[in-house]
Design a protein around this ligand. Structure first.
Ligand code: PRP
Length: 207
């Protein structure tokens, strides 16, 4: 079964409550998304492998550590863009591979409109970034693109997920790790997460 990490940190619970509030304006919504992405990023990287790194301090030689993996951040446009900068702050050497996808309003199926992932030289770890995992269709499609690329370690970072979306992900991709700030119980008849936070893309970009 896929490993699912639902964050319980008090800062996550504090900041996501502000994010959910319909009175929160776009500038604050973006700032809250960044804060939550940083906390998610710390959790999602907690088991990354290290190798030895030798440096000289101003005083003496020191044997420290450096990350031993090549990482890809894979934001799903548009809303995933809100998670890129905070993750790049933590992982400044990561590659960023954008995936353009929108959810058809009638069918709720993801429609891909941009993908430049290559067919060779895959990263060791691929992190799918999308603040929302509703039916799970968009994230599943991103996971499939990363698997076609040959990425052996795929992680999904999402601010808010629905329980049905998480269940689907666990069923269809049991090898993928999922990191979320909160899992809400259900979807409404338009496949929006309930209680949720509305449409993250619209709230981030003020559309
Ligand atoms: C939203 C959201 C996810 C997707 C989640 O994107 O940002 O990408 O829907 O739904 P799913 O789990 O059912 O696939 P949207 O289609 O609104 O596009 P946007 O990010 O451009 O606003």
């Amino acid at each position: 079964m896929a490993e699912v990490f639902e964050m319980t940190h008090p800062l996550v619970r504090h900041h996501i409550t502000i994010l959910r509030d319909s009175r929160t304006p776009p500038a604050l919504f973006r700032a809250q998304t960044r804060r939550l992405a940083t906390l998610l990023g710390a959790q999602a990287t907690a088991d990354l492998p290290l190798r030895e790194a030798r440096v000289s301090t101003p005083i003496t030689d020191f044997v420290g550590s450096e990350l031993a993996v090549r990482l890809a951040l894979v934001p799903i446009l548009r809303a995933g863009l809100g998670l890129v900068e905070p993750l790049l702050e933590l992982l400044p050497e990561a590659e960023v591979w954008h995936l353009g996808m929108y959810r058809d309003e009638k069918t709720s199926q993801p429609v891909e409109y941009y993908c430049k992932l290559r067919a060779d030289n895959p990263c060791d770890v691929g992190m799918v970034l999308d603040p929302m995992l509703a039916t799970g269709g968009s994230v599943l499609s991103a996971i499939e693109a990363l698997k076609r690329w040959g990425c052996p370690d795929i992680r999904v970072l999402s601010v808010i997920a629905s329980q049905p979306g998480i269940d689907r992900l666990r069923r269809e991709h049991p090898d993928v790790k999922v990191y979320v700030c909160a899992i809400d119980p259900e979807l409404n008849d338009r496949n929006f997460i309930v209680p949720g936070l509305g449409d993250a893309g619209d709230r981030i970009f003020n559309t």
